[in-house]
Design a binder for this molecule. Structure first.
Ligand code: C5P
Length: 231
């Protein structure tokens, strides 16, 4: 069985990240590294953990196509399996990124994940330009553009997965904003439990604060694992 829970290592030091990896490696299937850790631990460290674990580099590229392509290529060179972009980058960029994904994934497992609408947005906090369509329609439209480009990986909330999978069954859906009913939502708005996310069809769960802010990170990771894989 593959464990599709990824721990977001949103911490400030390599030492703290390694402590968390040590505590949780029996219960999570991989680790997500964002800017906060990358800037303190560095790219060589990312390379070294990519040799031992599945790594998801979450830098959410959003730029002109040429810059996005070179950023994705550089990320691939670090050995990571997943990288993120914003679907809002548009069809021209998405199409070129799909060609690059095809080229790189011939060498080893590699997937580009397009973020639709961040899980921290609610209808009230959406940027004005997206307000007329709203969260659900914007997510659907962006997922449609990703699908049309040939890319299949998207990041969306667990609330949207079921609907998206009905329209596009072969999308690979990554769900952040996952919370057990006893943990705080923090800034996340469109949250679901790990069980709800998997039942709706999520292919990967990304969990950060409920694990790394817990008094006992191992116990928290284990509880999340058991909530989805042992019932
Ligand atoms: O701490 P928490 O579980 O909310 O962490 C969620 C992680 O997923 C964070 O690293 C955040 O940057 C990331 N993420 C997200 N929403 C997206 C894409 C990524 O929360 N749409």
């Amino acid at each position: 069985m593959s464990n599709n829970i990824f721990l977001a290592l949103d911490v400030d030091s390599q030492q703290r990240a390694e402590e968390l990896i040590h505590q949780t490696s029996n219960w999570v299937g991989g680790y997500k590294v964002g800017p906060r850790l990358l800037f303190s631990a560095g790219t060589e460290w990312v390379k070294s953990i990519s040799n031992k674990h599945r790594v998801f580099l979450d830098l959410k590229f959003y730029d002109i196509p040429n810059t996005m392509l070179s950023s994705i290529r550089s990320s691939f060179e670090l050995g990571v399996e997943f990288v993120t972009i914003h679907a809002l980058a548009g069809p021209e960029a998405l199409k070129q990124i799909k060609e690059l994904e095809d080229e790189l994934s011939k060498k080893r497992a590699f997937k580009v994940l397009a973020v639709t609408i961040l899980t921290s947005y609610s209808e009230d906090t959406l940027p004005a330009v997206l307000k007329t369509s709203g969260v659900e329609k914007s997510v659907e439209a962006l997922a449609g553009e990703v699908f049309k480009s040939g890319l299949r990986g998207i990041v969306c909330s667990g609330v949207e997965v079921k609907n998206l999978k009905t329209v596009y069954p072969d999308l690979y859906c990554v769900t952040p904003g996952v919370r057990l009913s006893n943990s705080s939502n923090s800034d996340q708005k469109r949250v679901v439990t790990p069980r709800q996310a998997l039942d709706s069809g999520s292919d990967m769960l990304v969990v950060g604060r409920p694990i790394y802010e817990a008094d006992d990170a191992e116990a928290a990771a284990r509880q999340i694992f058991e909530s989805v894989y042992e019932k």
